[in-house]
Write a protein that binds this ligand. Structure first.
Ligand SMILES: Nc1nc2c(c(=O)[nH]1)N[C@H]1C(S)=C(S)[C@@H](COP(=O)(O)O)O[C@H]1N2
Ligand SMILES: [Mo]
Length: 259
């Protein structure tokens, strides 16, 4: 599976800023094989690069976490696909991670659970798990990359997020989609990534109901973003034009956090 980064139309301000960022990052990018000496300072070469070996999605996500948000949003296509894998490639057991230990995982009660909606959404009625399970379901086997230095391949199933956003009448011209979680976690993402075909509102892991440690009742799964952008235990989804950051983002992690 080939992963392609494509140059979007970018205005010259952003291009200049991107070039300055690239020059700063050049030694690092060169070391990682993303830039050749002749490519220094030219965006075209970086954008034209094709990644085809497996750990490259990890390299790409890690490298890009050093770019600033504006440059990242301008540089990379919201529709380029991340690699997918086969069941044989899956990492077993799939690692758990959160800002607390596994024995403190939040337990969400299925019978009383409702997904709340807020902000720029036409129909803000809450959703039960059964109503979400009644929507068309898809699966993906993709690599989850954590900034803490590990990555793992897992299999998630659920509702394509763009389908869900259209179903609820979300304003897809808004800038952000935000998430509040049953623990104290929260994050927000850019609308182009929310509408990306591989962005899934997942309800299952490896064919079973998503277990608590992986985010019951649901995790937003985006193979084009770093692990911390993928909220687990989602309780509220909101659509907004005002920036709301995120748990790690507010402590200095890159907000875009993706490719
Ligand atoms: N609600 C919530 N979501 C979260 C986190 C968290 O602490 N709480 N941690 C994030 C981080 S840093 C990672 S790497 C992944 C880990 O997901 P996993 O436990 O399924 O591997 O969840 C992300 N989503
Ligand atoms: Mo992470």
């Amino acid at each position: 599976m080939v992963y392609k980064k494509r140059l979007l139309q970018i205005d010259s301000d952003v291009q200049q800023e991107a070039n300055r960022e690239l020059v700063k990052l050049a030694p690092n990018l060169q070391r990682r094989g993303f830039l050749t000496a002749s490519g220094l300072g030219t965006l075209g070469l970086l954008s034209g690069c094709t990644i085809s070996d497996e750990p490259s999605i990890e390299k790409a996500l890690m490298t890009i976490s050093r770019f600033n948000d504006k440059v990242q949003a301008a540089l990379f296509s919201p529709t380029a696909l991340a690699p997918t894998y086969t069941p044989a490639d899956m990492t077993r057991p799939f690692p758990f991670n959160a800002y607390y230990d596994e024995d403190e995982v939040v337990e969400v009660d299925e019978s009383s659970y409702k997904l709340e909606l807020a902000g720029l959404i036409g129909n803000k009625s809450a959703w039960t798990l059964d109503s979400l399970r009644a929507l068309p379901q898809e699966e993906q086997i993709t690599r989850h990359v954590c900034v803490e230095g590990w990555s793992a391949i897992g299999r998630w199933g659920g509702v394509r997020f763009s389908t869900f956003l259209k179903t609820i009448g979300a304003d897809t011209t808004a800038k952000y989609v935000g998430f509040k979680c049953a623990d104290d976690y929260y994050t927000s993402i850019d609308m182009p990534t929310a509408l990306h075909p591989q962005t899934l509102l997942t309800l299952t892991y490896d064919g079973e109901v998503l277990p608590p440690k992986y985010g019951f009742p649901m995790k937003l799964r985006m193979p084009t973003k770093l692990g911390y952008k993928n909220p687990k235990h989602i309780t509220t989804i909101f659509v907004a034009n005002a920036y709301t950051g995120g748990y790690w983002e507010d402590q200095g992690y890159n907000w875009f956090g993706g490719i």
